[in-house]
Write a protein that binds this ligand. Sequence first.
Ligand code: AMP
Length: 289
Amino acid sequence: MERLDDVNAWRAYADAQRAQGRRVGLVPTMGALHAGHASLLGEAKAAGDVVIATVFVNPRQFNDAADLRGYPRTPEADYAVAEACGVDCLVEPTLAQMWPDYPRPTSTTVSVRGVSEVLEGADRPGHFDGVASVVAKLFAITGPCRAYFGEKDFQQLVVVRQMVRDLALPVDVRGCPIVRDEDGLALASRNVRLSAEGRTRALALSRALGAVSGAGTASGHRRRMLEVLDAAGVEIAYAEVVDPLTLAASGDDEEGERRALVAGVVEGVRLIDNGPVTLVTKESHALSN
Ligand code: AMP
């Protein structure tokens, strides 16, 4: 496995792979790699790509300095995971390489309006500008590739897809399913900050999504998810049902497949989760019962 920290060497590596007729698969991460990241790497391998994994804790997407300071960093363990997953090139760019002007703001920011402004974006000002800007840069350095993102960060996936469409970037974005622990908790690097008791409370997020697995109205689903989160003592950020492409909130007159997203804070750790839901109107629900 190659291990690089230099942007030019990384660009040259990707160019050389393509010149030899190989397809590059990019898996961007912030490290503290777990089985969720490994599944993305596995998908890239399975597609036959030359896999470039990046580990960069991007300060520009943190809207909370304490969260950035406390973000887990485990470079040696990450190296072992990457190697075990068959990564071809592990890139750990330095802050100076990625953001030479930091902590001054960049002159150029990629801002994906609309889909960045709701849900996580409403609670975390600037977060998705930081995400879109760093992902645009990762794409610019890597060049034409397939890029793998987890549905765990559903809104992030929507933002990245929209950016790729809007800017005609030569990137094929692939969404990968959420990996969960046996008890249902969606794997996340920040989970290590939870106590045993906090972890139990955090299970309310996946439980809330489970509670809306049957067909129902948008407002009924919202109410049900809020009840589950509230009963568990989660500090609720939102429980929403939205259109999976536009993230527009669903109304009670809508039917069909939508996405439910929940977010909350447990022991100071922000947690998110999501899953598919089916909407039916009250009228058609009554007819089928
Ligand atoms: P992060 O290191 O948290 O920025 O995540 C890097 C990538 O891994 C993102 O595309 C995430 O959506 C994805 N990811 C993180 N956790 C999971 C999970 N539990 N299941 C699937 N993908 C995940």
